[in-house]
Structure formats: C-alpha cells, structure tokens
Design a protein around this ligand. Structure first.
Ligand SMILES: Cc1ncc(C[n+]2csc(CCOP(=O)(O)OP(=O)(O)O)c2C)c(N)n1
Length: 297
C-alpha cells in the first residue's frame, strides 16, 4: 500500500509556514496550539481504535513536532525525497502515532489513512518505517539509533555545503543508550552547526522515572561537556519552541541541544505524569473524556 500526498499540500504547508513566521507571536502561538491539539485528538482516536500505542510519549512530544512541521522545517509533502529538504528524525520511534498525525495534518498523506494505524497491512506500523511512510526519514524504534543516523545526515549536508537542517527528537530515557553519546562526540568533533537535538525531558521512561532508573541529571552539563550549545525550553510553549528552533546556526557552529521540559501525557489530566500511560490504551469512556479535554484546551 502506497500513501499518496494530498493534492497541493506543498503550497498549503508553505503558506501556513509563511503566515506563521510573519504573524505576531501571540497569534502564531494560538494557531500552533490549535494545530497541536488537533494532532493530539487524531492520535487519541488512532490509539483508541487500534487498541495499541504510546499515548504518554506521543503527547509530551506533540507541541515540538507541531512547531517543527508547521513553522520550522522546510519540507514538501508532495516531494518527500526533495534533496534539499530539512530532515526530522523521530529517534524515540515508539511515538510514531504523533508523527503520523502531524504528517497527515501537513498533507504527506490523507488524514483518513490514520484510521488504519496498526492494521496488519497498513504502512502505519507501531514504529515508523521509512520505506512505507512518506516523510519518515529513517526507520526507528530501537532506542539509540535515530540520533546517530541523524548525525550522519548532518555530516552529509555539511559535505554538500548545504544549509539544510537536521533536527532529531530523543526521549530522555532513550539517552541511557550509549550510542547517543558516541554520536554526540562525533557531532561536536565535526562541528555540525545545522544539527539540533531536542530532548523530550518528561522525566519518565517505560515503567519508572528516569532518575530512579539510570539518572541523567545534570543533563545540560552533560551535553555541554560533549561540545553542544545547550538551551532549556518549555516543551509545551509554542512560541518558546518556535524561537528556540529558529535560532540562526551556521554550518560550523557547535551543534545545538534543546532540553525541552515536558509533561508525559500533556493535555489530558488523568494521563499526565502517570507512568502506566506509557502505553496504556484508553477505554471508550476515557477516550471520550480525553477528547473533551483536548477540545476544551
Ligand atoms: C533498545 C530498546 N530497548 C527497549 C525498548 C523498549 N522501550 C520502548 S519505549 C521505552 C522507554 C523510552 O523512554 P523515553 O525515551 O523517555 O520515552 P518517552 O518517555 O518520551 O516515551 C522502552 C524501554 C526499545 N524500544 N528499544
């Protein structure tokens, strides 16, 4: 099954991006917020229908992914392989649902396809597959793989002398995988100034808090010691995310790490900060209540 783009999606997305960039900050934030909550609602419906998914990590990443796709990344849904596109790698691949929802909202494929999430022949598997889903830059799922691949993409861009950006989203629990730190050393050694790693710092992993498992703090000092410029950002403040992700970076700057302070399950009161919602699936009643909360926000 091949997913086809929505007609005229490239022009539509470019138009939204242009408008958002030109808008006064309050208006930009309001529009991004509206989009992010619509993207969350679709994800909720997908997970509820499929009976599978990772709602906690999806919702903590929702605002970051929305700001990237609608205000920051230069991508063309009708030409997903356009060579000069900016790259986004979802290293925490279990959050596939929020990526699919964002890609569909951006027009990489019709939103109606989201109803097939997790069905046997659907391209929309539990982890993103670059051979099946347009817009997915690399297949992820095994934690600790996406960021190293993104570093390779940023090296390729630098060798090309290209200003295309590479952005990657990692989980904080994911950073317990040593491969990330090998990639970080390599990125700073090569001064990959157009590489941005965003850490979804929701302080939970599967089944426990990160600091109870294999603590990461002081995380900012760790990234700085690995040669990154480090910024803290509220991972649910759309304007703050937009500003942080729009910082001008040259090809030879140090790579950038944004530590995004997030809440796992953000947007639904009974899901927020509850460890069991890493991959718990809402009942019909919970889905209705969650949908209502996501609409009221
Ligand atoms: C190498 C590897 N080990 C284990 C898993 C199973 N797993 C999936 S999600 C997850 C927890 C990830 O935590 P974090 O990166 O903090 O993600 P978030 O809390 O943002 O969902 C684990 C252990 C995996 N996908 N890959």
């Amino acid at each position: 099954m091949v997913l086809a783009p929505v007609p005229s999606a490239t022009a539509r997305l470019a138009g939204i991006r242009r408008e958002l960039r030109a808008a006064p900050p309050a208006e930009r934030a309001a529009r991004l917020r509206e989009l992010a909550y619509s993207i969350r609602r679709s994800d909720l419906e997908m997970i509820s229908r499929a009976g599978q998914g990772h709602i906690g990590g999806d919702f903590s990443a929702a605002d970051i992914v929305t700001v990237l796709y609608f205000a920051v990344l230069d991508v063309r849904p009708e030409e997903p392989e356009w060579a000069e596109r900016d790259r986004f790698v979802l290293s925490k691949g279990h959050a596939a649902g929020i990526l699919y929802s964002a890609l569909a909202h951006a027009g990489f494929f019709p939103e109606a396809e989201l109803t097939t999430f997790m069905e046997p022949l659907s391209p929309l598997n539990g982890h993103p597959n670059r051979r099946k889903v347009p817009g997915v830059e690399t297949s992820t799922g095994p934690l600790g793989h996406g960021f190293p691949v993104a570093v390779g993409m940023a090296v390729a861009a630098k060798l090309d002398g290209s200003h295309r950006r590479t952005c990657v989203l990692t989980g904080d629990g994911e950073l317990q995988e040593g491969s990330n730190w090998e990639a970080a050393m390599s990125a700073s050694q090569q001064r990959l100034g157009r590489l941005t790693v965003i850490v979804d710092r929701n302080r939970f992993q599967q089944g426990a808090a990160t600091e109870e498992t294999s603590g990461l703090d002081p995380l900012d000092a760790k990234w700085a010691s690995f040669g990154f410029d480090v910024r803290a950002v509220d991972g649910h403040d759309h304007e703050a995310l937009y500003q942080a992700l729009s910082e001008e970076r040259s090809l030879d700057d140090r790579p950038l790490c944004l530590i995004a302070d997030t809440t796992k399950g953000k947007g639904v009161s009974f899901i927020e900060d509850r460890v069991e919602w890493h991959h718990k699936v809402p009942t019909a009643e919970q889905t209705a209540a969650a949908f209502e909360e996501l609409t009221a926000r």
